[in-house]
Ligand binder design. Sequence first.
Ligand SMILES: Cc1cc2nc3c(=O)[nH]c(=O)nc-3n(C[C@H](O)[C@H](O)[C@H](O)COP(=O)(O)O)c2cc1C
Length: 267
Amino acid sequence: MAFSCAISSQGSRVEAKLRATPNRTFASHNVKGIAPPGLNCPRIAYMIEHSAGDLEQDGNMETPQRLIVGISGATGAIFGVRLLQMLQKTDVETHLIVSRWGARTLVHETPYTLEQVQAMATTFYSPQDQGAAISSGSFLTDGMVLCPCSMRSVAAIAHGHGDNLLHRAADVVLKERRKLVLVVRETPLSDIHLENMLKLSRMGTVIFPPVPAFYTQPQSIDDIVEHSVTRILDQFGIHVASGKRWQGVLSTADVPVKKPVAVKGRR
Ligand SMILES: Cc1cc2nc3c(=O)[nH]c(=O)nc-3n(C[C@H](O)[C@H](O)[C@H](O)COP(=O)(O)O)c2cc1C
């Protein structure tokens, strides 16, 4: 098996590409994003050479990185749209399902049509298409993100109701022990919602409410959406470049700690 590795950097932005080409199969690993402090190009090259060893052991692995993306009928369809747009800038293959109410909220909340959003994915499926590739565990994927995820979808997944392709695909991801990320949106939450989410979390599902972070000092709704989507993609090891990652600017490590002053009459 032959490997080639290309690394480019601009400031702290690093892109690394590893390609392995055995006889008839093809594998690729991509790393994109901001290099954490202490990571430089030679260090990344070293790490990638080591992951080459893993690929070699896998022998006839692997397809390009492949993600199932679901959009269900919770408010916040723009999170799903932005996720697809950000994935378009990567080599990740996207397999999209939009539920009936996902399509309704999309049109109500965003300027996009369903057709425009479907065109952002590599492949899209009807939620009724139970014969689709992603309905089977033998179709290899890196997992699934449901973004946004309604409480009805949480309940269906927590209870194994695979009666549409969105929920069947999530069921398959769970049974195959692949990564499932649910960008849940509801407020306030009932005991039913919380119990369903806890059940899924205990099975390894990542429960990811798109709660805004204000330490990034967002200037627009798009800033808030983009930050959440960046963090969602981090869950899959897809590290898109973002200038909004916390760099520890408020670190207190160097601040001398004052000794507590004894107050009269108190121990
Ligand atoms: C405008 C709008 C906003 C909604 N927002 C939410 C929400 O934030 N969370 C939620 O769980 N359901 C929400 N719903 C209700 C879901 O769309 C509804 O439960 C639907 O059956 C979900 O089905 P699905 O999971 O198959 O898409 C909303 C519905 C509408 C019309």
